[in-house]
Design a binder for this molecule. Structure first.
Ligand SMILES: NC(=O)c1ccc[n+]([C@@H]2O[C@H](COP(=O)([O-])OP(=O)(O)OC[C@H]3O[C@@H](n4cnc5c(N)ncnc54)[C@H](OP(=O)(O)O)[C@@H]3O)[C@@H](O)[C@H]2O)c1
Length: 272
C-alpha cells in the first residue's frame, strides 16, 4: 500500500510504539491520522507533533474495553472522516507475574484490551473496508506471540491469539481486497516494559525502529512483519528446535532465586 494521501486509524497512539507509528506515517505523507487512546491530554500532545509534520489529526479518546462506546464512535468517525484505508491495532497492556500469583483483574484487563477491544474495532472497520473493497489492517502482536514467555502467560496467550486471528482474517478478507498483517516487535523501550523484570540477554529496540519496520511492511504488504534481529533469531530457533528454545527461555526468564516473584512464592509456601 502506498501510504501517501491515506487515512489511518491507530489505537494506542498516545505513547510508545503507537505514537512512533503516528509520527512515522505523518513523515510518509499520510493525509489524516485518527488517534485512539484513553488519555486525551497525551493524545493532544502527539497530535501537535503530528500536525507539525503536515498531517491532519482527529483525536478519539476511547477506552477499548467499552464496547458500546467503540460501536458508536467508529460509526460516527467513518461517516465524518472515512474511508479509513489503514487500521493499526496497537493498543495493549501487559502484566507480569508467574501465572499462579497473577491477579484475575490483570488477566481480564489483558484479554479485554489486547483481544476483545481489538476484535471490536476490527469488526467495525473491516466491514466498511470490505464494502469499499480496499484496506489494510495491521495487528500488533509481539515476539511473545511466537515464543511463549514465563511470567507473561496471559500476555503471551493474547499475542499468540493475535497471530492466529490475523492469519484467519487474512484468508477471509483476501477476496475483498482487504489485507491483514501482523507486526511482531521484540522488547521495545516504552512505558509498558519500564516496570517489568526483563528477560536476560534481551536488548531493547526503540519505538522508532518498530514504526519504520511497520511502514516498510505495509508498503510491501508483508503478512508478518518481524522487528529486530532477536525476533528473527528467536522465531528461527523456535521453528528448528522448539524444546531447546523452551529451555533457553526458561533460563532467561526472571524466575531466579533472587527475583521478587521467587521470593513471594517462597513466602506463600512458608505461610501454608
Ligand atoms: N514494549 C514492548 O516491548 C512491546 C514488544 C512487542 C509488542 N508490543 C506491543 O506493542 C503495542 C504498544 O505497546 P507499547 O510498548 O507502546 O505500550 P505503552 O507505551 O504502554 O502504550 C500502550 C498504548 O495503549 C493504549 N491503551 C492501553 N489500554 C487501552 C484501552 N483500554 N483503551 C484504549 N487505549 C489503551 C495506551 O494509551 P492510554 O493509556 O492513553 O489509554 C497507550 O497509548 C502493544 O500491543 C504491545 O503489546 C510491545
Amino acid at each position: 500500500m502506498n501510504i501517501q494521501g491515506k487515512t489511518v486509524l491507530i489505537t494506542g497512539a498516545s505513547r510508545g510504539i503507537g505514537r512512533a507509528i503516528a509520527l512515522e506515517l505523518a513523515k510518509q505523507k499520510a493525509k489524516r491520522l485518527i488517534l485512539v487512546a484513553r488519555n486525551h491530554h497525551r493524545l493532544a500532545s502527539v497530535a501537535a507533533e503530528v500536525e507539525v509534520l503536515g498531517a491532519e489529526v482527529v483525536l478519539l479518546p476511547l477506552d477499548l474495553t467499552q464496547l458500546v462506546e467503540i460501536d458508536i464512535t467508529i460509526a460516527r468517525t467513518w461517516k465524518d472522516y472515512g474511508p479509513i484505508h489503514l487500521l493499526v491495532n496497537c493498543a495493549g497492556v501487559a502484566h507480569q507475574a508467574p501465572f499462579l500469583q497473577s491477579r484475575f483483574k490483570d488477566i481480564q484487563s489483558e484479554v479485554e484490551t489486547n483481544l476483545i477491544g481489538m476484535y471490536a474495532i476490527t469488526r467495525l472497520v473491516a466491514r466498511r473496508m470490505v464494502t469499499q473493497r480496499q484496506g489494510v489492517i495491521v495487528n500488533v502482536s509481539s515476539l511473545m506471540g511466537k515464543v511463549a514467555a514465563p511470567t507473561m502467560a496471559t500476555y503471551s496467550a493474547t499475542k499468540f491469539a493475535i497471530v492466529g486471528f490475523t492469519k484467519a482474517l487474512r484468508c477471509e478478507l483476501a477476496v475483498h481486497n482487504v489485507k491483514v498483517l501482523s507486526l511482531l516487535p521484540s522488547l521495545t523501550d516504552t512505558d509498558m516494559v519500564r516496570d517489568l523484570n526483563w528477560f536476560r540477554w534481551v536488548a531493547p529496540i526503540t519505538p522508532e525502529q518498530v514504526a519504520k519496520a511497520l511502514v516498510n511492511g505495509v508498503k510491501k504488504e508483508s503478512a508478518e512483519i518481524l522487528v529486530g534481529w532477536q525476533t528473527y533469531l528467536a522465531v528461527l530457533c523456535n521453528r528448528i528446535a522448539p524444546s531447546l528454545m523452551e529451555r533457553v527461555i526458561s533460563m532467561a526468564a526472571p524466575l531466579s532465586p533472587q527475583s521478587k516473584y521467587y521470593l513471594k512464592l517462597k513466602e506463600a509456601k512458608a505461610e501454608t
